[in-house]
Design a protein around this ligand. Sequence first.
Ligand code: C2O
Length: 558
Amino acid sequence: MASTVISQSALFSLPKTCQFRKKKPFSFVSKRAVSCKANSGKENKDESSSSSSSSLGSFDRRDVLLGLGSLYGATNLVADPFALAAPIFAPDLSQCGDANVPLRKSPGTNVSVHCCPPVSTNIIDFKPPRFTKTRTRQPAHLVSPDYVENFKEAIKRMKALDEKDPRSFTQQAKVHCAYCNSAYEQMGFPSQDLQVHNSWLFFPFHRLYLYFFERILGKLIGDPDFALPFWNWDDPGGMTIPDIYVDPLSPLYDAKRNPKHQPPVVMVQGTTTTTLFHGKEYRMGYSTDPGAGIIENGIHLSLHKWVGDPNQPLKEDLGNFYSAGYDPLFYAHHANIDRMWNLWKTKLPLPHCDFKDTDWLGSSFLFYDENANLVRARVGDCIDTKTLGYDYKDVDLKWLENECGSTRKTIGKAKNPLPGTRNAFPLVLDKLVRVDVPVTKKSRNVVGEEDNGEQVVILQDIQLERDSSVKFDVCINVTDDKKTIGPGHPEFVGSFTNIPHGHHHHGSKLNTQLSLSISNAFKGLQLEDEAKVVVTLVPKEGEGLVSVGNIKMDHIRD
Ligand code: C2O
């Protein structure tokens, strides 16, 4: 059952070649931080991070901050309450409402799912314990029999806890449901849902979630060094559901998975720019879903969809956010996602830096820890996994070697890219469409070698129903419609995926955008001097259910 190979080697599409790069000129250094060391997030926000697309004026935000100050006690705020910082605050659990889960078979209908955690008024601010030993997360397909026995025992005990215990497996699964299906509203902005996907909260939220999950498991088996396994889907040996999860008699098994396992092609994408990697800024008062990063919307969602059972009403378990946490495999999948964050920062040739923005660093969430205490943890607490006491086992990164050895060859200028078929926006994706998109001077990398920015294509104003299952691929300068283009082809630049999820305040329409790096495609297809490119959108699921408001090229830099 687990034997279907996900196929093809994973590619980490480095936007730049792996060749040695010259030092950047000083003028750039001043624009970009030299080191990736994050600050604590407690300082005031600097002016460079204040540009935003928020509908919220700075004065409103200050009012809200002051209001929250009286609610939370001023010590919980930034040092200067007049600073215009506006991170997303941990929610008020007593205000948790039922999560909304859209019913796939009857569009427009939502079912309510109760996934609120127990309420506790005593909130502790998270301080990572002193760890004497680093817990090493290993690939799930390579763990020892002893490890598997321990892990199974830990999950078994977690499943055996009283359902009301916040550490029970059910409550742990509900954590995801509550943060992802709009059970919470934003502190200070009750008219806005709190959503941890499709934004810069994606990596840190899930990192912390797994951290507490792992600590609870360790406690339950009396092993403080217990580490979760990761689903090493970026390695040829890991491109199946790992064996330890497929025995129907094991506590690691979940019946609600796709029995056919139609394999997606694994494509791990890298990028030099922080926003492209992490996702777009999401501050207090913002609407949900400003835009996902390339890992979140790429391999992350593809694997959710791949594992979820199409015969379940809502593609449970992994195929829907409200139920994803009920499959033990979820935590291994997210451990690998979390590992990507580490790899992006430590293994790729360029310095890749996290945001320094205090609204990001100061955003917080609530979790129950291994002693059932309610803990408020901030993004700034989880920047380095070593402070959380864990790391990932070093395994071969075949995709990285491939990329450096440039398997992804330059195929040369496409002789006759197929012309655009439509140019009126919004474009409804009812079938394959091609759009001519001008490459302006500004949107081109004019700085050359020294510049570490990135060429991107931006799909703006993507609209769809939140409860729809949608996927489409994005390619550029395709010369033959009949040829299937996927990851590994230079024409392929990424895809857009939506997993149905609920909402309370925003109506049923999801409005988001997608930025994809096309630096590799530009290089591979030798498009540097072209005045336009032809962007092809290929619907894969949910034809006619999604529209795109505009497509443009840009050249971005952190
Ligand atoms: Cu919170 Cu994989 O999703």
